[in-house]
Design a protein around this ligand. Structure first.
Ligand SMILES: C[S@@+](CC[C@H](N)C(=O)[O-])C[C@H]1O[C@@H](n2cnc3c(N)ncnc32)[C@H](O)[C@@H]1O
Length: 228
């Protein structure tokens, strides 16, 4: 295929033909086919799940014995959702671990946790590579710090990051708390996109990084009475 537009059209048509909600489905199928992240019976958390194609793929891969919890800032419409899918409308970065883990039963000894955490989260893109990278890096940094409460020891992780200056540091932080962590660019990810996925296998909870301080917000916008 010669242009990024043709590549986009190819995956879009393929998603329609196979009944997926978006072409993003093929990013996860590719990652999972190559890197073996999800197993039958797994409990999977899908952070930033709208419109829901990763949930569709995860449900196929975990089968009826597994469970999928999806959370997104946006509503995900799902007619006749299967009993092993739970959708939450909300901010993953503000959600409590208890609310995400509700209804999830552990098959192992120890605290109840997910077997796999997926994150395709990105609120919106500005078109500025630097701004988008820093927003994406901040999400990843916070995601890594939430893992001890969400992901079981030995569990797997997939996250998206928009590449930039902080990518090596975050890859290292991921390597520090996983037995193995490697970047992966799925075929369905546009060639001109700076997005890349990091796949971690074998979570080591005690090595996860601490939660960074809240990102700094600018001063409040001037209101009535300012400068009087
Ligand atoms: C690229 S889309 C995800 C596509 C999805 N993987 C699929 O296959 O359908 C990114 C999503 O991340 C969500 N998102 C970004 N920040 C979030 C947050 N803090 N909490 C929950 N969802 C978030 C956005 O609302 C958006 O729907």
């Amino acid at each position: 295929m010669s242009s990024d537009r043709e590549v986009w059209d190819h995956w879009y048509r393929k998603a329609q033909a196979q009944g997926y909600r978006s072409r993003a489905a093929f990013k996860l199928t590719d990652i999972d086919d190559k890197r073996k992240v999800i197993r039958k019976g797994d409990r999977v958390l899908d952070a930033g799940c709208a419109p829901g194609s990763w949930c569709e793929v995860a449900l196929q891969r975990v089968g009826p014995e597994g469970a999928v919890v999806g959370i997104d800032l946006q509503t995900v419409e799902w007619r006749e959702a299967p009993p092993n899918l739970r959708l939450i409308e909300g901010d993953f970065l503000q959600a409590s671990a208890e609310s995400l883990l509700e209804g999830i039963e552990s098959r192992r000894r120890g605290p109840t946790r997910f077997d796999v955490v997926l994150s395709d989260m990105m609120a919106f893109t500005t078109g500025s590579q630097g701004t988008d990278h820093h927003a994406s890096a901040s999400i990843v940094e916070r995601l890594l710090a939430t893992l001890p409460a969400l992901l079981r020891e030995g569990g797997n992780l997939v996250y998206k990051i928009f590449e930039g200056e902080r990518s090596p540091e975050l890859l290292q932080k991921t390597r520090d708390c996983f037995e193995k962590a490697k970047p992966y660019k799925p075929a369905a990810s546009r060639g001109d996109s700076v997005e890349i996925f990091v796949v971690g296998h074998g979570f080591i909870p005690e090595a996860a990084p601490a939660m960074p301080p809240e990102p700094k917000r600018g001063p409040p916008a001037p209101g009535p009475g300012w400068g009087r």
